[in-house]
Write a protein that binds this ligand. Sequence first.
Ligand SMILES: Nc1ncnc2c1ncn2[C@@H]1O[C@H](COP(=O)(O)OP(=O)(O)OP(=O)(O)O)[C@@H](O)[C@H]1O
Ligand SMILES: [Mg+2]
Length: 248
Amino acid sequence: MATDVHGPLSPATTQAVHVEGLTRAFDGRAVIDDVHLDLAPGEFVALLGRSGCGKSTLLRVLAGLDRDIDGTVLVPRRRAVAFQAPRLMPWKRVWRNVLLGLPGRPERTLAEQALEEVGLGHRVNAWPKTLSGGEAQRVSLARALVREPDLLLLDEPFGALDALTRINAQRLVGELWQRRGCAVLLVTHDVEEAVLLADRVLVMDGGRIAHEQRVELDRPRELTDPRFAAIRADLLARLGVTPAAEAA
Ligand SMILES: Nc1ncnc2c1ncn2[C@@H]1O[C@H](COP(=O)(O)OP(=O)(O)OP(=O)(O)O)[C@@H](O)[C@H]1O
Ligand SMILES: [Mg+2]
């Protein structure tokens, strides 16, 4: 397999992400098949698709966690990932978890500021096991934020949360994105979440980006807006969800 060209963007590039002819195969089966993808700086893109279609594989490639690829992948040097499970170290206090993996000896105040930003300024010294699911997920977001990413990669970060906590976490991500101005790629199963947050929604199928939908609605977006409902219905249809199946 050809070596990848994964690395920082050259100064001349105007995109936050540039992917060209990306292929990733497992045991001879191409899970990602000649994908082309650009993200503009500060753009929020959501990625939908059936289970097993390759969303996490693509995200891991963009994160630099998987380099066994063919094609061209250009991503910013500063990038951060948050997964569905917060992956906190149980033997480290919350603030140490936030700083985990940062180079050098980062100041505790960095963690405190990031935790403040996600509404957890009061849990700086807590042990991970004493956090609720939503709080743990917010620590995971704080850990991403201290890296001051130009690209934030989120793999179903709200998947394990209850409905109410999920709505709050979605709102928080929307606010953080607007404040920080980084590009975001959000993998989700939730069409509503995608339309609520993203500038552009992609649907992956057969190893490719099979469909692309721009969402040109003002923010904050209203679920009751008929234009919101129309985009949502169209995306559900692209995912093979019929209205009857959705209601079931
Ligand atoms: N390390 C691996 N070795 C072999 N096959 C793999 C590996 N990682 C992923 N796959 C396969 O690649 C396909 C895509 O997996 P991926 O995790 O990207 O799907 P996904 O779209 O994120 O699914 P989900 O929505 O369920 O999270 C699956 O068929 C999976 O079994
Ligand atoms: Mg996945």
